[in-house]
Design a binder for this molecule. Sequence first.
Ligand SMILES: Nc1ncnc2c1ncn2[C@@H]1O[C@H](COP(=O)(O)OP(=O)(O)OP(=O)(O)O)[C@@H](O)[C@H]1O
Ligand SMILES: [Mg+2]
Length: 293
Amino acid sequence: MPKPAIEISQLRKIFKGKKKTLVHALQDLNLTIPSGEVFGFIGPNGAGKSTTIKILTGQIKASSGTAQISGMKASNSRARISIGYLPENPSFYPFMTAREYLHFVGQVFKMPTNEIHSQTFRVLELLDLTQAADRPVKGFSKGMIQRLGLAQTLLHDPALYILDEPMSGLDPVGRALVKDVILALKQQGKTIFFSTHIIADVEAVCDRAGIIVNGRLTALEDVKDGLISQEGSYIIYIQTSHGVLESHIVGNNQLNDTILQAVARGATIERIEPQLKNLEKIFLSTIKSGLPV
Ligand SMILES: Nc1ncnc2c1ncn2[C@@H]1O[C@H](COP(=O)(O)OP(=O)(O)OP(=O)(O)O)[C@@H](O)[C@H]1O
Ligand SMILES: [Mg+2]
């Protein structure tokens, strides 16, 4: 069995806040992302999305619990170079041009010079930055900066992409472009884990979505065409032994097997619903109540 692309277990992060207060940014987070999945990590401001991503990319340490990338500790340098990472607010040396910056990134990843040149050409084209490639980054618009941020994640052709709000600051054309890039990566079998507030973006590209509220995962949803269930199928809600409510879309013929497998792994069947539901409704109701729907 291949190791999952991402495996988060009982992850906690406590920051020191103002006046000796403690901020519980992550509370017993459990999440497994299999290789090849596109996963949307949705949550309101301050929910803990960037904290999770910073732990996964080895920038900060968890207070407790584990975070693994393809079976390696997230703090391991081999894990770090296997990731294409887009930070929440990408920033670049303002005096460098986009092309120079991408060459610089290629050198950091110890790519051969000919590959740096060919990959730079490819990713500039892909992110519609060829025209601007030889201009200093200081003159770039917010959307161009965001696209350059994404371009640098693609340069060394990693198998896993961890993107903190990849569609942020983009106009509709830019958003469509980024969605196409994500879908093309999926076609190539890559794994993509991205955070967002925008449910429509999750609906457009994701296989699954997780909702995080106050540092806790409150729901895990299969995503299909913007609906988590389709006519003729059921949504089965399963409470895991970690207290996370999972939902799965199953057809009549899969219902029995899904129930048996859930019970075998120590989970309990919460409920089964034969109805259509949309992700936005789930998101809003889980945020409002702070509880799984
Ligand atoms: N370095 C830090 N020191 C203290 N508190 C922090 C620190 N970093 C994050 N936090 C707190 O941890 C919580 C989670 O923050 P995080 O940045 O992970 O949220 P987020 O889901 O990414 O939010 P947003 O959608 O606004 O980007 C917040 O309460 C935040 O104030
Ligand atoms: Mg954030």
